[in-house]
Design a protein around this ligand. Structure first.
Ligand SMILES: NC(=O)c1ccc[n+]([C@@H]2O[C@H](COP(=O)([O-])OP(=O)(O)OC[C@H]3O[C@@H](n4cnc5c(N)ncnc54)[C@H](O)[C@@H]3O)[C@@H](O)[C@H]2O)c1
Length: 261
């Protein structure tokens, strides 16, 4: 039996075929899942086109995680398609320009709050919105970037990810009694639209090229997608509040390591 046979998974965050969520949707379909996708704002038509590249057809619903009315109408749309979500994938991130690459003193409180609302709080908003469709055995998975360190350039997005990591633990606490798992995959750098919005993204590429003991390909999102699939599947039934690092091993090392031949 395929890993996600008979499972219905809601995947947010597909914008291009480089999106981490696109790889997750493709691999989930290949493992037997029915995928429902959400798209956002001006990117919606791009998402619709990109979904045609998936192996199976996908229902697409509009969702802006900052808009309560959009969350409510998306939930109603999903409920028309299914009475249960076995998986919910949060692959959403955004920070205003002042939050990235300008140091910690440039962004206003409002700009930092925008990064927090879209990149972190939205995980709770999604869980609340779709709670009635989640149940025993359902799995929520979010995409993280290791927030235990202060990286160059990542600035307020790093703070938003630190908050996401904490929220992951609190949601695991609150949803566990209903049998719902909540976990994050902390990915190494992959060339996506969100990554391109980070000025000097090549700094990360260089650090991973020289520092990852397993090596790292910034154009290959498959390892990240596979880890998300493992967490969506029944292979890790007692794992929640966890952060699974899929970064070639960089998180395990100190700052002065590498290169590894
Ligand atoms: N690319 C990387 O190097 C990397 C590494 C670690 C973690 N991540 C995380 O992976 C996740 C997916 O990002 P990606 O790299 O695939 O880039 P991406 O640009 O393909 O995806 C980001 C998505 O966020 C969506 N989004 C932004 N604002 C939204 C809103 N208000 N409502 C709903 N959706 C909204 C966009 O439409 C887009 O689909 C993000 O959380 C990102 O931080 C990325």
């Amino acid at each position: 039996m395929a890993l996600l046979e008979n499972k219905t998974i809601l995947v947010t965050g597909i914008l291009t075929d480089a999106s981490l969520a696109f790889s997750v949707a493709r691999e989930a379909q290949l493992e037997g899942a029915t995928v429902i996708a959400t798209g956002f704002g001006r990117g919606l038509s791009l998402t619709r086109r990109v979904l045609r590249k998936l192996p199976e057809p996908v229902e697409l619903l509009e969702l802006d995680v900052t808009d309560e009315a959009s969350l409510t109408s998306c939930a109603a749309g999903v409920a028309e398609l299914t009475d249960r979500l076995d998986g919910l994938v949060h692959a959403i991130g955004f920070a205003p320009a002042a939050c990235l690459g300008e140091g910690m003193l440039a962004a206003s409180a409002e700009e930092a709050a925008t990064a927090f609302t879209i990149s972190s709080y939205s995980l709770a908003a999604l869980c609340r919105t779709f709670l009635s469709l989640l149940g025993q055995g359902s799995s929520v998975v979010g995409l993280d970037f290791d927030a235990t360190k202060a990286w160059p350039l990542y600035d307020w997005m790093g703070v938003a990810k630190a908050s996401l990591e904490s929220l992951n633990r609190y949601l695991a606490r609150d949803l566990g009694p209903a049998g719902i798992r909540v976990n994050l995959v902390a990915a190494g750098p992959i060339r996506t639209m969100a990554a391109k919005s980070i000025p000097g993204f090549s700094t990360f590429e260089d650090a991973w090229a020289s520092g990852a003991p397993l090596g790292w390909d910034v154009n290959d999102s498959l390892p990240v997608a596979k880890a998300v699939l493992a967490l969506l599947s029944e292979l890790l039934p007692a794992t929640t509040g966890e952060i699974l690092h899929v970064d070639g091993g960089v998180h395990a090392l100190g700052a002065m390591q590498g290169p590894y031949a």
